[in-house]
Design a protein around this ligand. Structure first.
Ligand SMILES: [Zn+2]
Length: 128
């Protein structure tokens, strides 16, 4: 080891292991690698589990559609939205996972409902 590279600095931001939540509502989920969030405001993030302050890790989950699933999309032939039309569904980046950098607590939010993000209970029993 080089004397100019303190070991503690290399270990301080070791990327957590990938999130173990491969399926959501029966749909396949592909997660981005964890990345450390930079502060975005004067409000300090505080973990609800350990109550330590600090920016969390973030991973975004892309949820793939079920076979034959469709979205209803307004037609756009003119300046105003037209009637809804079915289109084959596509993968959507809709799950946001936050991981506390201090204790590792993970909270996943589903953004499918727009403004009201729904917390996802991701720990499931393994016997069933
Ligand atoms: Zn914590």
């Amino acid at each position: 080891m080089s004397p100019s590279t303190p070991a503690v600095l290399r270990l301080a931001h070791a990327t957590p292991t990938a999130l173990d939540y491969p399926e959501h509502d029966g749909r396949r989920v592909v997660w981005d690698a964890w990345r450390m969030l930079a502060p975005t405001s004067h409000i300090t993030h505080v973990c609800t589990a350990c109550e330590k302050a600090g920016e969390p890790w973030l991973s975004v989950g892309t949820v793939h559609p079920l076979e034959g699933e469709v979205f209803l999309i307004p037609t756009s032939d003119g300046p105003l939205p037209g009637p809804l039309r079915e289109r084959p569904a596509w993968p959507v980046r809709r799950l946001y996972a936050y991981r506390c950098a201090a204790c590792g607590e993970v909270i996943i939010y589903d953004t499918i409902d727009g403004a009201d993000w729904r917390e996802v209970p991701y720990s499931r029993p393994t016997l069933f």
